[in-house]
Design a protein around this ligand. Sequence first.
Ligand code: HBI
Length: 118
Amino acid sequence: MPISKLSDQEVDTRLSTLPGWKRDNDAIARTFRTTSWKSTMMVVNAVGFLAEAAWHHPDLTVSFNAVTVRLSTHDAGGLSERDFALAARIDDLLDWRAPDGGVLEGTPADPRHALFKS
Ligand code: HBI
């Protein structure tokens, strides 16, 4: 399905709903700071799964303790609704934490289990 490029003003409006994401020329980017190579790989795999399921594929910059996700729509020659829709899905997944008092415990307090830099 063809997809149109958003204007600068449309981009700014959508970016204001996605704290953590910044404009980077014809793309939007967010860096997730992890604690180790293991959590880095979990982030890569989580984003990789969503990208394939969405059929919209980011550029990833992978370091020992950080992953930068950069989204742009090649078919539109810039930013489109697809980038913002996928960014929101990525945030939903990676910012999720088990709620206190819920049935899922979340990672133990021992910092060796932390997934992200706090
Ligand atoms: N991923 N980021 C990004 N941008 C695209 O335009 C794009 C994509 N993944 C698949 C895709 N386009 C297909 O629609 C074809 O262009 C292969």
